[in-house]
Design a protein around this ligand. Sequence first.
Ligand SMILES: NC(=O)c1ccc[n+]([C@@H]2O[C@H](COP(=O)([O-])OP(=O)(O)OC[C@H]3O[C@@H](n4cnc5c(N)ncnc54)[C@H](O)[C@@H]3O)[C@@H](O)[C@H]2O)c1
Length: 459
Amino acid sequence: MPDAMNALSRRRFLSTTGRATALAAAASPVLFHGGTSRAQGANERIVMALIGAGGRGGSHATGFAKLPGVEFKSICDVWDTRANGVIRDVKKIQGRAPKRVTDMREILDDPEINAVVIATPEHWHALATIWACQAGKDVYVEKCPSLWIWEGRQAVHAAAKHKRIVQVGFQNRSAPYANTARDYIASGKLGRVVLVKVCNLLGGQKFVPKPDAPVPEGLDWDRWLGPAPSVPYNPGRHLGWYDWWDYKGGALVDDGSHQLDLARHALGNPPHPRSVLCVGGNYGFRSSRQAPELQAITWDFGDFAMTCDSGNSTNHLRKSNGDERYGKKWPHWPSNAERIEIYGTDRLMYLGRHGVGWQVVETDGKVIAEDKGTHPDVWHRPNFLDCVRARKTPNSNSEEAHRSACLVHMANLSYRVGNRQLTLDPDTERFVEDSTAAKAANQLLRPRNRPPYEIPEIS
Ligand SMILES: NC(=O)c1ccc[n+]([C@@H]2O[C@H](COP(=O)([O-])OP(=O)(O)OC[C@H]3O[C@@H](n4cnc5c(N)ncnc54)[C@H](O)[C@@H]3O)[C@@H](O)[C@H]2O)c1
């Protein structure tokens, strides 16, 4: 079993980081913020590191490394099979191989590293963000930025307290067409928005539980689990983490969070809803999957309703394909698995994520306004670097990303306490305790972390 970080070593690591940070600020020619806000030159070099070298982490490492003024110094993964391919790909771009690291604390302790990309599974996102902020690093953290409402709020506090730039991987917020959709709605041309319907109906297959097994060679299972409960190695958890409450929370936390965030952006970032009701179950495959195969959710936003139908048991619908994402074709909206429908009193807007764009349709099917996009990673990564250099608020800042994440967490809690409606107190981000279900949901707002991976309370 690998060594876990105890409280003492973590205190030492944080104070060492602070000291190393000050030394580096004095000596290094690279961009360095060291907890202060100051404007930087547009081309100053940013030294980056990757935490989590899976599919998404790999594409970030190569995507960022291609941008001017970026160098990847270290690549961290707890699984041997992962990091080496990414190191090879980054070396081809920048000429120098990044260092292979298995413990993210080594990256956080490195004073030369300015910014980290966190692309682990969701259960690590908030804690890694907090640790990175405490260590003086700027952060690009993948969506969903948290797994629990309380830890998400602590990550927001950490960014503010340590004056860090935190960009969340809700890249749709950097798409120009997302802004034109927002402006069109704000102009009143749809009329008053009364209903927003988010369709997140993906394909999938039956969940089949797997027995526990020996930990594969080259995997640090304890560190993979991190803030999640300690359990024996199970290949279904390790490779199917999307389906489990402890690591992700299903299709809703996955693609659903992207779509709800895009809908919030288009609506001009409405504050928290008053209540949520999620009705769901494993209706399709009748499997024992934790995160259900189907969820039908309604949030009450006071002057409009938002709904989301989400799951992974409708194989007849399909996600937007490459032609649709990269600007060549419009999708057939009714069979599109990931569409947002915004109903005004006068008109309807279809909006699609990841480059698809938006169209406003009249009753006879005539399109009267539209804006086509392309996949927004090409803007979202540069926006992060611009904001790191200029100390500006990024397009997907931690506060708005947290509010979007709260929508999926609220819905999953409504399901987990028995498909019951829950009323939110927006100031405390706790449920009003008007039922035993609400009391039970409040017990699930924050994780029961195990040492040494507790989420610190940040004030
Ligand atoms: N924004 C997007 O469009 C988009 C697309 C895909 C994935 N994602 C997000 O990116 C994240 C990663 O997804 P993925 O598909 O790449 O998953 P993945 O399973 O392919 O990769 C995750 C990697 O993290 C590593 N890891 C786990 N714990 C670690 C730790 N403590 N330190 C270092 N490495 C650790 C794993 O070993 C694995 O290699 C998820 O949160 C997902 O939601 C976002």
